[in-house]
Design a protein around this ligand. Sequence first.
Ligand SMILES: *Cc1c(COP(=O)(O)O)cnc(C)c1O
Length: 482
Amino acid sequence: MIQFVSTLGGGSPVSFETAILDGYAVDGGLYVPERLPRVLPETLQQWANLSYPDLAFEVVSLFIDRSVVSEAELRQLVQDSFSSFTHEDVIPLRPLKTDRGLYVMELFHGPTLSFKDVAMGFLVNLVDFFLRRKGQHRNILVATTGDTGPAAAYASIGKSTLDTWLLYPKRMVTEEQERQMTSLSEPNIHAVAVENCPEGGDDLDFVISQLMDNASTKEKYGISSVNSINWGRVMVQTVHYFYGYFRVVDRVGERVSFSVPSGAFGNLCAGTLAREMGLPVEKFICATNQNATLYRIFEEGVLVKRELINTPSSAIDIILPYNFWRFLYFITGQDAARLKAWTQQFKESGELRFDTETYAQIKRGIRAAFVTDEQTLALMKQVFAEEDYLIDPHLAVALSAGLSLRNELPEDGKLICLATAHPAKFKNVVLAALETDELPAAAVHPSLEAAKESFHNVLLCEQPALHRALVHALEQTKRRAV
Ligand SMILES: *Cc1c(COP(=O)(O)O)cnc(C)c1O
C-alpha cells in the first residue's frame, strides 16, 4: 500500500484518497509519497511510444493502489481528463527551425489554454470520483494569479459534489483570464475578485491557509484545495517530462534538458521528481522573471522574500514558491525534521541561507536565470519574425533563460522549453511586444471571444475582509445544501 506523509513529519501516514481530498497535511506540511517509485531503463524503453493518455495512466499507476482506484476506473478517469484537449497529441512538441536541438513543448491545448489544464482536469475528476463514492460534498478554495482559477472552474462544470471558489487579485490577472472565470453561469462556480492584494496571489494563499489550518473550520465546511499544494497536481505534472523526453530523443537513455517558467515551482518540482524516478535529465533551467526568489535560491543559496513586481509574465509573479519545500524534502533524503526547523526559521526571520552541503544538493543539475520585461518582449517579437510563431510571455521567459544558459549544455544536447500558455490569453502583452495595434490571428481564440459576450458573474471583496466574507459564503452554501 503506497502511503502519503507530510513534508514536516507530523500526523500519521494517509492513503492516496485522503492526501488528494485534504490537500494540506494536518501539520500544515505538503503530502508526498512515502517513497518515490523507480522507473527502470527497461520500463522507459517500453513506454517510449505510448500516447500521452496511455503514458499518464502508466505513470500515475505508480502512485495509486489498485484497491483505491481500479484499473478500469483509472483508465476511464484518464480518458475523461484529456479528451477535452484540442490537439490530437494532447501535448505536441515543436522543433524550432532556427536552432537545432531546441524544442517547444506546448502544454496549452486544454479547455482554458494554459498548462494548468494538464493536471487540473484529472485532479478534479479524481476528487469528484472519491466524493461520489463517499456521498460527500466539498468546497474547493482556489487562489489564482490567472490560470489556475479558469482551469479549476472548467474542470468543475457539472460536478454536483463540488462548490469551487475562485479567488483572484483584482487587476492582477489579464482580462481574458478574468473573463474565463466570470463568464460561466454554473451554480457551483463562484468567482471572487479581491481588492488590495499588495503581495498578489500570496495574499490569497494566506487566507486559504488560515481556513485550512483550522481543523474545525476545514471539517465543518469540507474545505479542500486543488492548488499545486495538492499532491495530485504535482503527480500528473511528472508525466509531461517523460512524454516530452520520448518525443525528442534518438534513443532512450540519452540525456535531455528542460527550461521551465517557474512561479510556485509545482511544474519544475514535478520535473525533479521525474528525474529522481529515473528520467535521464541533463539539466533543468529554472526560468523566472524579475520576481526572482527561485533564482536567488539556485544561484545564491538563499530563500528570501522580496516585494512583488508586476511583469508581462504575470502567472509567475509569485514570491513564495511553496513547492520548493517538496523538492527540498526529497533532495535532503526525506529529512522532515530539518524541513520543520527550516520552515520555522524562515517564518521567524524571513530568510533562509542554506549550508554548503544542502546548497550543493539543491544546485545539482539545476541552473536558474531571471529574465527582464524588455528581454521577454523582445524575444516574443524576434521569434514571431524568425519562426512565424507567436509565443506567450511565459514561454519567452523559458526560451530566453534557456538560450542564455545554452553554452553550459552539451553541444549536441537537446533542450525542451515548456510553453505554459496560449498567447491569446495575453493580448496586451502581444500588442506591446510586436509594437502594433493589430492583433495577429494567432492571438485570437474562439473560446476567449465567446467568453467576452457573456455576463460578468463575480463577487467583490476587500482583502482584509476576505476571511470573514468567505466563512459567511461557505455558511450559506452549507445551509442551501441541507
Ligand atoms: C502556473 C503557471 C506557471 C508556473 O507554474 P508553477 O508550477 O507555479 O511554477 C507558468 N506559466 C503559466 C502560464 C502558468 O499558468
